[in-house]
Design a protein around this ligand. Structure first.
Ligand SMILES: *Cc1c(COP(=O)(O)O)cnc(C)c1O
Length: 393
């Protein structure tokens, strides 16, 4: 008996070809050195402006040493989920330290930011409730909102008036406002005090994803909520990630005791996954020390940001008004953005081209990210190359 023909695989081939057609196929580069500004990539020495390693900790020798010590003390795997037998003393210590650093009563450590964002909204709202989400939120928040089965209202980016009208018009019993604190492809900050004000007036939760602010913003790197001086209220659910400025891997949610206990009981991406290796938690303790003592690095980063902005008076392209280490240059067209990224690459400069669907149509951009490990010379070098390319485009 012969099997019937199938188009399943042919459809995949056609889809990949369509990605090529639209200059949308993504390719991975292979890095041959620890994360840092100077790395060999596919055999070539490059100056990189790609990573979220804002403080330059990912390749820090003290963190590598802490991870080795952690593995010697705790072994490698956790063996089970946290609620079975995969929760170790070092996880407890890490959670207390995280809560103290961000100034909230309790924290819960999760494996990744993506998993935190998938699970946390569902612990707070469900079918028949309403979520109000900034249109530029990170994909993980979009997915986390969907999983709740609540009605999702997306409001125009940072538009408080539109959000207020949506909240006003919504009869749902439970409401939740969901936002990035620092927008990952634009670099701007959400107006957190005003969002909290709206949350209070409409009796809503405020869930804040500070993946790009934790370690970078606020006193001692305590993050965007501390930067804005948000009060410690049960209403604010603060999510930080530990694979960006913290230089390791993982995430945490901090807030009110009852809220954190609820998330621990209910968040499926926490319950049904193997506990993160305790050795990572051990390394993260050193990372938190480095973050708390990192004023010098944060001050240098601020100087680099100002210096890049001052050196880029762009004409045809536009440098978005970002105060953070994420400095996007919007070019618009996908193919042109790729061309510019390739031209930079040929000069030994590695800057990622970000295209739809990661960013809206016609807003393809170079996403420059700065790190305290860069020098002023690195930044000047990049700015000169960009100005030359813009002039010749
Ligand atoms: C990177 C990122 C995440 C995901 O965090 P991971 O720990 O890398 O999974 C979530 N939210 C935002 C805004 C991010 O930029």
């Amino acid at each position: 008996m012969s099997l019937p023909d199938s188009v399943l695989r042919d459809e995949l081939i056609a889809h990949l070809a369509a990605l090529d057609e639209g200059a949308l196929r993504r390719r991975r580069r292979t890095v041959e050195d620890p994360c840092g500004p100077h790395v060999r990539v596919d055999g070539r020495p490059m100056l990189a402006f790609c990573s979220n390693d804002y403080l330059g900790f990912a390749g820090h020798p003290l963190l590598a040493q802490a991870l080795q010590e952690g593995a010697a003390r705790w072994g490698v795997g956790s063996g089970a989920s946290h609620l079975v037998s995969g929760h170790y003393h070092v996880h407890e210590v890490l959670e207390s330290r995280l809560a103290a650093l961000v100034g909230r009563p309790r924290a819960l450590y999760l494996s990744t930011g993506y998993m935190a964002n998938l699970g946390i909204p569902s612990a707070l709202v469900g079918r028949g409730d309403a979520i109000f989400a900034d249109r530029l939120n990170h994909a993980s928040l979009v997915d986390g909102a969907r999983l709740t089965r609540a009605d999702v209202h997306r409001y125009p980016h940072a538009n408080l008036g539109a959000l207020a009208r949506q909240l006003e018009a919504c009869p749902a019993r439970r409401k939740l406002i969901l936002t990035d604190a620092v927008f990952s492809m634009d670099g701007d900050l959400a107006p957190l005090p005003e969002l909290l004000d709206l949350a209070e007036r409409h009796d809503a939760w405020l869930v804040v994803d500070d993946a790009h602010g934790f370690g970078v913003l606020g006193p001692r790197g305590a993050g965007a909520a501390a930067h804005f001086g948000l009060p410690d209220t049960w209403r604010v659910v603060y999510i930080g990630t530990l694979g960006k400025a913290a230089g390791v891997s993982g995430a945490f949610v901090a807030g009110d005791e009852v809220v954190i206990e609820t998330i621990l009981q209910a968040a499926r991406p926490y319950l049904f996954t193997t506990g993160s290796p305790p050795a990572l938690a051990h390394a993260l303790l050193t990372s938190l020390d480095l973050i708390a003592q990192g004023d010098g690095r944060r001050a240098h980063l601020t100087v680099l940001i100002a210096s890049l902005r001052a050196a880029l008076p762009l004409q045809r392209w536009s440098l978005l008004p970002s105060p953070s280490p994420i400095q996007p240059v919007v070019i618009g067209d996908n193919a042109e953005t790729l061309r510019v990224a390739r031209a930079l690459w040929e000069q030994g400069l590695w800057v990622p081209a970000i295209r739809p669907p990661t960013v809206p149509q016609h807003s393809a951009r170079l996403r420059i990210s700065l790190s305290a490990a860069h020098t002023l010379e690195d930044v000047a070098h990049l700015a000169e190359a960009l100005l030359r390319l813009e002039a010749s485009a």
